[in-house]
Design a protein around this ligand. Structure first.
Ligand SMILES: *Cc1c(COP(=O)(O)O)cnc(C)c1O
Ligand code: SF4
Length: 355
């Protein structure tokens, strides 16, 4: 039995799951757009976003101006989970460009985690045993709070030869037991490239695990295709998918729930990381609901990050003291395994830092 306080999602039993999965498989080729088309047709015009949400043009001028700092980008399938007419919708708040982004705040920088100082192109090996690969510079969605808003990602497109260097580094360093696909969003790459890369990595004996950090299954759930499941599950590597969802409303999508069940059915461990964001999820109810809903659909909460201090995002910030207080409240409301670790990324530390 699943007990919950609110019910935006339908409860799925194991038997129903099988039915849903076979149903989706049959229906998949009837869908009008492939994930690539959904990616391509993501909304980038603020006027169009406001109009789809039946919001008036009061917000248009600010949105257009702030979109020149970092473009608006949001797929229709994500917009479909927003509430019409609500400027405070927690999903909209994550993507709508606003005036506050122009404010320069002391202590905020353009590269808060100093990722631009990596040594090997496309590879960050900062933590013991784990090497992070910048597989793709693109994202399906532009989150306003992201450090990527100032990152010259397009310069990070690697040639085959550079990929060779990355793989050689992984091969030469026997302490590396886990490879992390990151970005941008690694799943913005096509399955052919990802299969090739995964085969190269599976060929390195000391690598045991493949981790994929992606928001794409959340924003365009149809990204988890049969072909995608195939390369993820066919190598000898154990696979961990770390999703990025900040609010339970993001999870109210049938295709997403099916995608997660399918990943789990091929043995993938599915976790979630979230960012603590003012006006989005900075209250007890939102945090409890996120953890509860994640569990219902088969995902365990992993990290709750405090905001990286990136210029133009200070309006999303919560003080450490408030973050700790909220986290302590969450701890009193949920079983331990549903409480994410509250962390911060600090550039010269050997791990994420607990707050
Ligand atoms: C976050 C991160 C990792 C993974 O850290 P975990 O604590 O294992 O999740 C690895 N490398 C880099 C550079 C990171 O930023
Ligand atoms: S890297 Fe993640 S947080 Fe940043 S824009 Fe892409 S999906 Fe959003």
């Amino acid at each position: 039995m699943i007990h919950r306080t609110a019910a935006p999602l339908q409860n799925i039993t194991n038997k129903d799951q099988q039915l849903i999965i076979s149903d989706r498989c049959a229906a998949a080729d009837k869908l009008p757009h492939s994930w690539q088309e959904q990616l391509q047709h993501a909304i980038s015009d603020p006027a169009q976003l406001l109009s789809l949400l039946e919001l008036d043009t009061t917000y248009l001028d600010a949105a257009q101006k702030a979109a020149t700092l970092f473009p608006l980008r949001v797929p229709l399938s994500f917009i479909a989970r927003m509430k019409k007419g609500d400027i405070n919708d927690p999903l909209l708040q994550q993507v709508l460009p606003i005036n506050a982004e122009h404010i320069e705040t002391e202590g905020y920088s353009k590269d808060p985690v100093e990722e631009q100082s990596g040594e090997i192109n496309g590879l960050i090996h900062k933590y013991h045993g784990r090497a992070l690969l910048m597989v793709n510079g693109h994202c399906a969605i532009n989150c306003r709070y992201c450090f990527r808003r100032h990152f010259p990602y397009d310069e990070h497109k690697l040639s085959r030869e550079q990929w060779g260097d990355v793989i050689q580094h992984l091969r030469d360093d026997e302490s590396i037991t886990e490879v992390i696909y990151s970005g941008g969003d690694p799943l913005a790459s096509n399955d052919k490239q990802l299969r090739w890369l995964t085969e190269q990595i599976a060929d390195i004996q000391h690598v045991k695990r493949l981790r994929i950090h992606s928001r794409l299954p959340i924003v365009i759930p149809s990204r988890i295709t049969d072909t995608c499941l195939e390369w993820m599950s066919s190598s000898r590597l154990s696979v961990v998918m770390v999703l990025h969802s900040n609010h339970s409303n993001e999870l109210a999508d049938h295709t997403l729930q099916t995608a997660i069940q399918r990943m789990k059915s091929v043995g993938i461990t599915v976790l979630n990381q979230a960012v603590l964001l003012k006006g989005v999820n900075d209250n007890l109810a939102a945090q409890v609901q996120l953890s509860e809903t994640l569990f219902e659909i088969g995902v365990l909460p992993y990290y709750l990050h405090v905001l990286d201090k990136v210029q133009g995002s200070a309006h999303f910030a919560i003080s450490d003291a408030s973050a700790k207080q909220l986290h302590a409240q969450v701890t009193t409301q949920l079983p331990g395994y549903l409480v994410p670790k509250l962390v911060r990324e600090v550039s010269d530390k050997p791990s994420k830092v607990l707050i």
